[in-house]
Design a protein around this ligand. Structure first.
Ligand SMILES: Cc1ncc(COP(=O)(O)O)c(C=O)c1O
Length: 448
């Protein structure tokens, strides 16, 4: 690990040695004073997206109109899927873009349960993004009923069937908890929970709060040894670190494109289906974009070959094209050099947390070992929510807040400098020393 120093000059020295520094010029930076530490929630926009969108709107939508579908729109989900695949260690024909991460999880987790009808266990953890947990709960609920009323207030937590569907297996969702530090999942409990009755192991590769990075190869192998399939949520790792889906024999994966992939607000998500499973896995949403011959307008569904069958309906083309353009600088920079800078940044931020903020009541809420960490860290403080608000509203620093006490700082290596990080920490120090957070209510705004 580098011998860091808390001085601003040291940050400037790190910037002078940064081989990726020039990429910042490729991004729209309208407010030079803004310290943007939220590229892990919504990445900055590459400048070239503006021009690409102008062309998409004026020439393609405006002029081509419906002809656009035969001029590259129809193929966009698989064309863009291949570009993302190059960042995920996935060979051709396994990644496709469409819908949201939540919807893609629904499709793939349901596919797993139909591939493993004799097994009951679904294993995940309490570190997973809540939407992922809700989707799993919803799937189990659907499988427990074949139509009819969902009883009472419609919110019964007991998933027992009134009339079971053929797939009903009294599925059990097991959520692995945390180790004592609340930063690391309980890996022994995880290993013990995966047994011969396990259909699915589904986890976030990098967890959304602490930034813990799972050992993908190891967990996938553990699951396979017991006959289970794995589904990784790559939302916080795609574009942040090198991923080897094929090498790790991963079965399924999903992920967002608006975070480190810079695809724009609400940009469509991706999904990965390992080639070896593509003939047998089916989507629970039989839409026409996943039909083998959609323009034959057959009245019965025949799944398209390959990963295409996991599409459902018409792709949001403008978002797709913006996201496609946004991938260019990432692909150009390469994941290895991005990861090297990301590790240096998260190491540096951990050091600044210890040296500048620990005396002010903060603690590090993320792994100290960079091999076990993604590209964000959490800093924890009992008044985290109010501090976060003061940073946004008075200091022009944008992190985000994740309950109960995590201020989450994301480090996107393409456009963030070490001087930005130093400045961000110095402004947090000022918020604390000047007690600026004390005037904010504890009551939270809708989006934190
Ligand atoms: C890890 C993770 N999974 C899933 C989601 C949900 O994504 P979407 O809103 O595209 O369904 C998010 C959103 O932030 C996330 O962070």
């Amino acid at each position: 690990m580098t011998n860091f120093s808390p001085s601003r000059d040291f940050a400037i020295q790190l910037d002078s040695q940064d081989s990726l520094a020039s990429y910042r010029d490729q991004f729209v930076v309208n407010e030079p004073d803004l310290i943007y530490l939220n590229g892990n929630s919504l990445g900055r926009m590459p400048k070239s997206v503006v021009e690409r969108m102008q062309k998409a709107v004026e020439e393609e939508w405006g002029t081509d109109l419906i002809r656009g579908w035969n001029k590259g729109w129809w193929e966009a989900p698989s064309r863009i899927g291949e570009k993302i695949a190059s960042l995920l260690g996935a060979a051709e024909g396994q990644v496709i873009v469409g819908d949201q991460t939540s919807i893609n999880l629904f499709k793939l987790a349901t596919a797993v349960l139909t591939l493993k009808p004799e097994k009951k266990r679904i294993i995940t953890d309490t570190f997973n993004f809540p939407s992922d947990l809700y989707i799993l709960q919803g799937i189990v609920k659907i499988l427990s009923y074949s139509g009819g009323r969902v009883g009472g207030d419609g919110l019964d937590t007991d998933y027992r069937p009134t009339r079971p569907s053929p797939l009903y297996r009294d599925h059990e969702i097991i959520r692995i908890g945390a180790q004592d530090d609340d930063i690391t999942p309980d890996l022994t409990a995880l290993e013990n929970a995966i047994n011969e009755d396990t259909a699915l192991v589904t986890l976030s590769h990098v967890t959304f709060k602490s930034g813990y990075l799972y050992d993908m190869a190891h967990i996938t192998e553990l699951a396979h040894r017991k006959g289970a399939l794995v589904l990784w949520d790559l939302s916080h790792s795609a574009g942040a670190l090198p991923i080897e889906l094929d090498k790790c024999n991963v079965d399924f994966a999903i992920g967002c494109t608006y975070k480190y992939l810079n695809g724009g607000p609400g940009a469509p998500a991706f999904l990965y289906v390992n080639k070896s499973l593509q003939n047998d896995a089916t989507s629970p949403i039989w839409g026409w974009w996943g039909q083998s011959n959609p323009f034959a307008f057959d009245l019965d569904y025949q799944p398209a070959p390959g990963v295409q069958r996991f599409l459902a309906g018409t792709a949001p083309m403008l978002s797709m094209l913006a996201m496609e353009e946004a991938l260019t600088p990432l692909i150009d920079a390469g994941m290895d050099s991005l990861r090297a800078k990301s590790i240096l940044m998260t190491d540096y931020a951990s050091y600044l947390t210890d040296h500048l903020l620990a005396p002010l009541g903060f603690s590090l809420g993320s792994p100290r070992d960079s091999a076990k960490r993604g590209s964000h860290i959490s800093i924890r403080h009992p008044d985290g929510y109010r501090i976060n608000r003061a940073m946004i509203e008075e200091m022009n620093v944008i992190p985000d807040f994740r309950a109960p006490d995590n201020i989450r700082l994301g480090f996107a290596p393409l456009y963030l400098s070490f001087a930005d990080i130093w400045e961000g920490f110095d402004r947090i120090r000022r918020v604390m020393e000047e007690k600026r957070y004390e005037k904010y209510p504890k009551q939270k705004l809708m989006v934190t």
